[in-house]
Design a protein around this ligand. Structure first.
Ligand SMILES: CC(C)(COP(=O)(O)OP(=O)(O)OC[C@H]1O[C@@H](n2cnc3c(N)ncnc32)[C@H](O)[C@@H]1OP(=O)(O)O)[C@@H](O)C(=O)NCCC(=O)NCCS
Length: 175
């Protein structure tokens, strides 16, 4: 059985595995899902498999983005987790779910679980979240997780908002 990174009453976070490739491919085939992400869809399930096979974040840092499953059915819902940017020297939280799961608090639940792992298991000092200024749902999730506005970024003609939360404040926010 695959390792469990975090579990809440409704969802389970696990490391990416090759068997998630079809779910990943479908997730990134929905233009609405990709609208504000700046990512491209996979050309095929094989490309999604190769992405998962080449994903080295866990080996390098211990953490990474993780697959999210519905606890009741084990259905693949999307991903949520942490990413270390070599360029920016900071850890960011990201999430992406199949559209049928939107609007039910899943991103907030998964985001909270991922932040807890980042702060308590990996003792990360600060975690940021970046979203297009048009991505109101994502910005709202970051806000619900206790993140506060840090700065605006302009990149490839797109406006992004960076929010962040520190380990000490995460504890206080949820106590
Ligand atoms: C962003 C995303 C992960 C949110 O997932 P989710 O499970 O629907 O999020 P939650 O249900 O936990 O919370 C969504 C919040 O945004 C709000 N929201 C949704 N659409 C909104 C909109 N157009 N304007 C303002 N608020 C909006 C919801 O009302 C909710 O806030 P509330 O609890 O105060 O009512 C999901 O929409 C997604 O996968 N989008 C595509 C990928 C993506 O953009 N990822 C983020 C890249 S930075």
């Amino acid at each position: 059985m695959r390792k469990i990174i975090a579990k809440t009453p409704r969802i389970i976070l696990r490391p990416f595995a090759l068997r998630d490739a079809a779910g990943f491919y479908e997730l990134n085939s929905d233009p609405e899902v990709l609208l504000h992400t700046g990512d491209k869809s996979f050309a095929s399930i094989l490309e999604a498999k190769n992405f998962i096979r080449d994903y080295k974040h866990y080996e390098k840092f211990g953490y990474g983005r993780w697959s999210v499953f519905l606890a009741s059915t084990e259905e693949f819902m999307g991903f949520c987790g942490l990413n270390f940017s070599q360029l920016r020297r900071e850890v960011d939280l990201g999430f992406r779910f199949h559209r049928k799961f939107w609007g039910q608090g899943f991103a907030t639940e998964a985001g909270f679980a991922a932040l807890r792992v980042g702060f308590s298991t990996f003792q990360i000092e600060k975690i940021v979240g970046r979203a297009s200024s048009k991505n109101l749902a994502s910005l709202r999730v970051l806000e619900k997780l206790g993140m506060t506005f840090e700065k605006k970024i302009e990149e490839s003609g797109e406006h992004w908002i960076q929010m962040s939360i520190y380990r000490d404040d995460f504890g206080m926010f949820y106590e």
